[in-house]
Design a protein around this ligand. Structure first.
Ligand SMILES: Cc1cc2nc3c(=O)[nH]c(=O)nc-3n(C[C@H](O)[C@H](O)[C@H](O)COP(=O)(O)OP(=O)(O)OC[C@H]3O[C@@H](n4cnc5c(N)ncnc54)[C@H](O)[C@@H]3O)c2cc1C
Length: 452
């Protein structure tokens, strides 16, 4: 019997690259060893996969094999005194919220979807809207149980095998399989958020609001109208929030009702410059109308997109690229303005353009994405060359600013751009398991085993 099955059309959240993969799905930790042995015997390079919420090709491995780790999703222990949780890597943030929010604990750092696995989030060292106060997830990971391709389990901490630990945090799954991890959760008093929404009319106003809000608000983020031009360039809606001190810990109150679903890929014409421009205008006017303070369920603040299941299918069969950059604080105003100008000029807007300042807390991972500065994240429907050309223009602005792109979102940056943005990549490469690889890694690390 083989552990691996050929699965056609395996893709990531962006849906641009779709290829057949050999996939194994162990359910128990002692099944991982035999899976790895078979992959080695068949000379298949390995990569673990989680909930496949990464957008590009960092979680894909078409010339090798995927080990789908979502079956290893058990909570192993929790100490309410230290708030340290030990859980298998395949457990989702959704499950952790359902189990621990009623007990008064929440994730110290969370991305904009709760449907990610713990190991997937560690492998990308995810950041959230509280980066200015909490940094990235790696700052809250206390230990990792890592299985290497030879089947050995390494218990990694900042003291025990510290280099392999730092390589695994944000290590894109390339150092081995995260079987379990210890993470410190954060105590909270309620399942609801006190949120203030402020509309802003220019990019300068965004930076003023970000600076003014970081002292008093744990969470800050802005949506920008990326098709606005002239004086309105960079206008948008700023949200800032804290966990409410009362309001109860009922997890149902933290959720936001029924989920809608997108049942199929939308036809390509749904996304054109007119619909995108109209959407952005309506969002901006709504933001102005609804500006003010309010109390909302935790999910509505952190995970608005989760309300629509498979929303990525709205981009149609050709999929979409997400482009997420960070530029240093010293040039953040000019570089962000230049990027928004290039996007506005191109008319290839995005429904969801998110702007956020990162604080100065250092991440523990060698390849962690955030540093102090400003991050801009946008979705672009895949229109082939036209879209690639726009992203190449944005690359030039980011590179000149001394910035970099987020591998979790990327499916096309050049090797040169990656290596310039991540100067520690060679220190990292030493720790890559010799039998692990990914489409992304083969593309950017300049390895001779090139992929198409
Ligand atoms: C709507 C949406 C909003 C998002 N918002 C944010 C955000 O605000 N901030 C942010 O940082 N990211 C954000 N992301 C990206 C997302 O958080 C990351 O891509 C996350 O890592 C996905 O986790 P996953 O379980 O889906 O992992 P996958 O996408 O399946 O895999 C991600 C990486 O983890 C590795 N991996 C998975 N399981 C294991 C394992 N057991 N052992 C070793 N390696 C493993 C894979 O090899 C791959 O390299 C968002 C994504 C979406 C779809």
């Amino acid at each position: 019997m083989s552990w691996f099955q050929a699965c056609p059309d395996v893709t990531s959240w962006g849906g641009v690259l779709r290829r057949e993969h050999q996939v194994a799905t162990p359910q128990w930790r002692d099944e991982v060893g035999p899976v790895l042995r078979e992959a080695r015997a068949r000379k298949l390079d390995i990569l673990a996969s989680g909930a496949r919420r990464s957008y590009g090709d960092s979680g894909l491995n078409p010339d090798g094999a995927l080990v789908n780790m979502t079956g290893l999703d058990r909570v192993l222990s929790f100490d309410p005194g230290t708030a340290i949780l030990r859980a298998e890597g395949g457990v989702t943030f959704d499950t952790l919220i359902r189990l621990f929010l009623p007990r008064g604990f929440f994730l110290p750092v969370t991305p904009g979807t709760r449907f990610v696995t713990l190991a997937g989030a560690i492998a990308n060292d995810v950041h959230g809207k509280n980066h200015h106060g909490h940094g990235t997830l790696s700052r809250w990971v206390r230990a990792i149980g890592l299985i290497r391709s030879d089947g050995t389990l390494h218990e990694l901490t900042p003291e025990q095998e510290p280099e392999l630990f730092a390589a695994t945090l944000g290590g894109l799954g390339l150092t081995g399989i995260i079987a379990w991890a210890d993470v410190e959760l954060m105590p909270v008093s309620s399942a609801v958020m006190d949120v203030e929404t402020v509309s802003f009319s220019s990019l300068e106003a965004f930076f003023d609001l970000a600076q003014e809000s970081e002292r008093d608000f744990d969470y800050t983020v802005a949506w920008v109208d990326c098709l606005a031009a002239g004086k309105a360039l960079g206008r948008g809606t700023f949200s800032r929030a804290n966990h409410a001190l009362d309001g109860g810990l009922d997890v149902a109150a933290g959720r936001d009702g029924r989920r809608l679903a997108v049942p199929m890929d939308f036809p390509g014409f749904v996304f054109n410059r007119h619909t995108v421009r109209a959407f952005n205008r309506v969002c901006y006017s709504n933001g102005r109308r609804k500006a003010g303070r309010g109390r909302v369920p935790l999910s509505r603040f952190f995970y608005p997109l989760d309300a629509i299941e498979n929303w990525n299918r709205m981009y149609g069969a050709r999929g979409m690229y997400q482009y997420q950059s960070v530029v240093p604080v010293s040039v953040q105003r000019e570089a962000t303005r230049a990027m928004l100008q290039a996007i506005s000029d191109s008319g290839q807007g995005s429904f969801l353009a998110v702007l956020k300042t990162f604080g100065g807390l250092r991440s523990a991972g060698m390849l962690s994405f955030p540093f102090e500065g400003t991050t801009l994240a946008l979705d672009f429907p895949n229109r082939g060359d036209e879209t690639l050309k726009l992203m190449a223009r944005l690359d030039a602005i980011v590179a000149e600013a001394g910035g970099r792109l987020y591998p979790a979102k990327d499916g096309r940056m050049s090797g040169a751009m990656f290596r310039a943005g991540y100067p520690d990549w060679e220190r990292f490469a030493v720790h890559v398991d010799p039998h692990f690889s990914s489409h992304f890694w083969r593309r950017v690390a300049g390895l001779e085993k090139a992929c198409v």
